[in-house]
Write a protein that binds this ligand. Structure first.
Ligand SMILES: Cc1cc2nc3c(=O)[nH]c(=O)nc-3n(C[C@H](O)[C@H](O)[C@H](O)COP(=O)(O)OP(=O)(O)OC[C@H]3O[C@@H](n4cnc5c(N)ncnc54)[C@H](O)[C@@H]3O)c2cc1C
Length: 361
């Protein structure tokens, strides 16, 4: 059975869309009504009679063919795949309130978008070295249509595993994109581009990886641990197996008194209670919570790093730090414009270098 496809043309006179079935029996929807109403002679009536039949037949054919055509040849504009360099409207399928300031946002990803997670590219533009188990931590950009500004957000899960990206978005006072996201309702759409690489890491290269965060600074670590967990449990990845995983230590500062500890809730399976139960990370992952006392307390940090002394001189330790400037500075020194800056503060005093400490925005 052959499909009769209407040809789409734009009328040069009136610029309106014209659907044409077969060039010889051109049916111009926008002309039909005026043609029929203006005819008065017999011949015109006969023509009218014929024409009355044609539209009915044509409409019947179109009624069958347009939906069929749409099914098999969907319009390109309807595809909503993610692209790193171009915004597309993405549907937000779930919005959960985690605290007064935090919302958990879920955006499903389609089959085509998966390639960016399956074969992620790195900051240097090259594809990740999957054979050597390189893991790329990624973020997406969300834009505010009102002000035409964009902000980066790091998802907390492994999209390849979950077919969706999930993010925790904090609303800060006077914040524009935070306001836009917090006003969304389930089913609304938002402009997204990405994924974009944040940093990449070869976990097998290290004996121990220590991650220190507070608030939404934990997001890159939740993503890293989710990706590590799914790659170590995947049967086709022979190299990252439990025994090859580094020791993992996540030190997450507790929120100030009176604020909700969303990362310790059961609201999402990337959060701490689920991470600690992931069978393939269980023996490797240690989670320490530190009471945040406005300022970073050296004693508390050193206490939480107990056992670290054993490997202090070991080159194979990596610190990943994602803290706001007021906490980053006393721990390891602030990030300088366009570069990491020297390792100072508590970690600097311990003799750690830029090789062993990565500061994250
Ligand atoms: C790589 C990367 C990943 C990120 N991932 C996340 C994420 O997963 N979740 C998330 O919530 N944010 C994340 N951020 C921060 C985010 O991109 C925005 O900076 C933040 O949401 C504020 O944007 P806004 O438009 O709402 O506020 P803006 O209009 O940019 O800021 C309004 C005011 O709030 C201040 N402000 C900005 N951020 C904070 C803050 N954290 N605390 C207090 N005051 C602040 C600004 O200085 C300004 O005065 C990430 C940033 C980077 C660089």
């Amino acid at each position: 059975m052959s499909l009769i496809q209407p040809t789409r043309t734009i009328c040069t006179r009136c610029s309106r869309l014209t659907l044409t079935i077969n060039q010889s029996k051109s049916l111009k929807f926008h002309n039909y009504r005026s043609f029929a109403s203006s005819s008065s002679s017999r011949s015109t009536n006969r023509l009218n009679h014929q024409n009355r039949k044609w539209p009915r037949l044509a409409l019947t054919i179109l009624g069958i063919t347009i939906p069929t055509t749409y099914l098999f040849f969907p319009n390109n504009n309807s595809k909503k795949s993610l692209k790193p360099n171009e915004y597309s409207d993405q549907k937000v399928t779930s919005i959960k309130t985690l605290s007064n300031q935090h919302k958990l946002i879920t955006i499903p990803i389609d089959f085509k978008s998966k390639e960016f997670f399956e074969n992620p590219f790195k900051i240097d533009g090259n594809f990740s070295n999957k054979e050597n188990n390189e893991i790329v931590i990624q973020h997406i950009m969300i834009k505010s249509n009102d002000l035409q500004i964009e902000r980066p957000y790091t998802f907390i899960n492994d999209p390849l595993n979950d077919n969706e990206i999930r993010m925790v978005i904090k609303r800060v006072q006077g914040g524009e994109v935070g306001r836009v996201v917090h006003n969304l309702k389930d089913g609304d759409s938002i402009g997204v581009r990405g994924p974009i690489p944040t940093f990449s890491i070869y976990p097998n290269k290290y004996d121990k990886i220590i991650m220190i965060s507070t608030g939404t600074g934990i997001s890159p670590f939740l993503q890293f641990l989710s990706k590590l967990s799914s790659s170590s449990s995947s049967s086709n990845n022979k190299l990252i197996k439990d025994k090859n995983l580094p020791k993992l230590h996540l030190i997450h500062l507790k929120p100030l008194k009176g604020k909700e500890d969303w990362s310790n809730s059961n609201e999402d399976e990337s959060f701490l209670p689920f991470l600690t139960n992931k069978s393939n990370l269980k023996d490797k992952l240690k989670i320490t919570r530190i009471e945040l006392d406005e300022f970073l307390n050296k004693e508390l940090i050193l206490n939480s790093l107990k056992g670290f002394k054993d490997i202090e001189k070991n080159q194979n330790v990596l610190f990943l730090i994602c803290l706001p400037p007021n906490l980053m500075k006393p721990l390891c020194g602030n990030i300088l414009p366009n570069r990491q800056g020297p390792i100072t503060g508590i970690l600097g005093e311990m003799g750690l270098t830029n090789e062993q400490v990565w500061k994250l925005d």
